[in-house]
Write a protein of this length. Structure first.
Length: 140
């Protein structure tokens, strides 16, 4: 019996140093949980740019996407405007392409301390989410 090849894209906005750490956590977690895995990482300049790259990735032969990033609480509503635009679009793309798009974005009301404190758990939760989604979809 041939094992199914699984190809997962990590699309990240590594504006904050901890997002680089999140990438490593996700790569390690995926490798522990999925046999015959290929991961490719794409880095954008910010969270707002994630949906375009995710859309292009989903047009290809990727089975799933894990998005990673952080949106810091600011003095204006800019961060909330960004996440209010990005998150619904990521969800829409997942449904449109019938492929998991997992949200590993911290914020928008997070302080720098909170971003650093949550990075590891958010990255680990993203691994659990993508593995679960792929298992469900493959069982249908």
């Amino acid at each position: 019996m041939t094992q199914v090849q699984t190809k997962i894209a990590i699309v990240a906005a590594p504006y904050y140093d901890c997002v680089q750490e999140m990438i490593g956590i996700v790569e390690e977690g995926l490798n522990k949980n999925i046999a015959n895995l290929e991961t490719v990482t794409f880095c954008t300049s910010g969270a707002f740019e994630l949906p375009l790259i995710v859309a292009k990735v989903l047009q290809g032969d990727f089975d799933a996407v894990v998005t990673l990033g952080a949106v810091e609480k600011g003095e204006t509503g800019h961060g909330e405007a960004i996440t209010n635009a990005v998150i619904p679009e990521l969800s829409r793309l997942s449904v449109q392409y019938e492929k998991p798009v997992v949200l590993g974005i911290i914020g928008p009301r997070a302080t720098l301390v909170q971003i650093d404190a949550r990075a590891q758990s958010v990255a680990s939760e993203a691994v659990t989410a993508v593995v679960t989604q792929l298992n469900i979809l493959r069982s249908l």
